[in-house]
Design a protein around this ligand. Structure first.
Ligand code: DNO
Length: 358
């Protein structure tokens, strides 16, 4: 029986209320998806710190083979001359990670903001809460959105929302002024062409995460929103090391995206080293949604069809549950509490066992 390489995202002993021993007790979970969260974006990840994280995870009886994320410095996305320095740093980070046995790096190419929501604790009818996105609640002013995310996070650090990077938001927006979709794609190609030889030599696969939500916001371009975008990114550099994270939640936020079809197209081409599997629930025809528990019955995505597509295509890459709700009085980092993600894992591994035995 082929086992899923199931992982659980962890924010490190300094910044996560969840312990490695708790993660180890989640059935079917052998992998931790981790990162160094205190290295500034653009700097080389020090070997000693990577090795220390690796040792901590292995000492707890778990594996660390996937990093989420090594974020890309804005100068690379903007295409400034200084990008070469940051790309050289990125290459060194890939080498250092490879020495610690890392096989996959999840990253994104979103300008300024990583994922975003308009409510990080939306109250659901069953008493739990989950993150929500409502277009009408998105402020026009990006500064106001930052305040909203900061207040909403209730003191938790949020992945991709580095305060030091976003401190000069107006300058950052100004720097992106001339970056349209074509330029962003060209800058992505420049980056991929530069790092791919190292990825191939050191056997580290890049897995780009979709834009979340998958549409342009605040006038900033987005390049990984749908299947056409994936075909374009795939063609930027022909290599199995130029791959995707297929995040069912992020892509699923646009109902036009046919997730099983996307999986059936890209897994056989060996372009999917990493899967994020979560569900969302649309609340109206305009595409507003809140995140939901993983089962199909709780949201708008057909999780069986998603797992079946992975099974039919012999998926053997890494996978993790994604955002969960806060349940059972847990007050966890938005999307990243213990209980609902653990429930998500048992559900996904249950679907997988059934598919294996059918
Ligand atoms: C949010 C995450 C993202 C994701 C990055 C990958 O919860 O899905 O922050 O990790 O976009 O680079």
């Amino acid at each position: 029986m082929s086992q899923l390489k199931m992982g659980f995202r962890w924010f490190g002993s300094k910044d996560d209320d969840i312990s490695l021993s708790q993660i180890r007790q989640i059935p079917g979970t052998k992998q931790v998806v981790g990162a160094l969260f205190d290295v500034p974006v653009g700097a080389v990840w020090p070997q000693a710190e990577i090795d220390a994280l690796k040792k901590e995870v292995t000492d707890a009886g778990l594996k660390l083979e996937v990093i989420e994320s090594v974020n890309i410095h804005d100068d690379i996305k903007i295409g400034l001359p200084s990008r070469d320095k940051y790309i050289a740093n990125y290459i060194q980070t890939i080498k250092n990670l490879s020495k610690a046995g890392i096989k996959v790096i999840c990253y994104n190419f979103m300008p300024v903001f990583d994922w975003l929501r308009t409510d990080l604790h939306h109250q659901l009818a069953d008493g739990s809460n989950a993150m929500m996105y409502e277009q009408s609640k998105l402020p026009h002013d990006p500064e106001a959105l930052m305040d909203q995310m900061k207040t909403g996070s209730r003191g938790f650090s949020l992945p991709g929302w580095e305060p030091e990077r976003l401190a000069a938001l107006k300058d950052l927006f100004a720097a992106y002024k001339d970056v349209n979709e074509e330029k962003l794609v060209a800058n992505c190609k420049y980056f991929l062409d530069a790092i791919m030889p190292t990825c191939e030599k050191y056997d580290v696969r890049m897995a780009m995460h979709p834009d979340d939500p998958p549409k342009p916001l605040f006038g900033l371009p987005r390049i990984y929103k749908n299947v056409e975008d994936m075909r374009r990114i795939e063609g930027l550099h022909e290599s199995r090391y130029n791959g995707f994270t297929i995040c069912t939640g992020s892509l699923g936020e646009n109902p036009v995206n046919d997730l099983p079809a996307i999986i059936r197209e890209f897994v056989p081409k060996d372009r999917v080293p990493f899967m994020h599997v979560r569900n969302i629930k649309f609340v109206n025809k305009q595409g507003d949604f809140h995140e939901s528990a993983h089962p199909s019955s709780e949201g708008s995505l057909d999780m069986f069809e998603i797992m079946k597509a992975l099974h039919d295509t012999n998926y053997d890459g890494y996978i993790r549950p994604d955002h969960g709700r806060n349940i059972w009085n847990e007050d966890g980092r938005p999307g990243y509490g213990l209980y609902d993600r653990a429930l998500g894992i048992t559900y996904l591994t249950g679907l997988w066992e059934a598919l294996e035995k059918m």
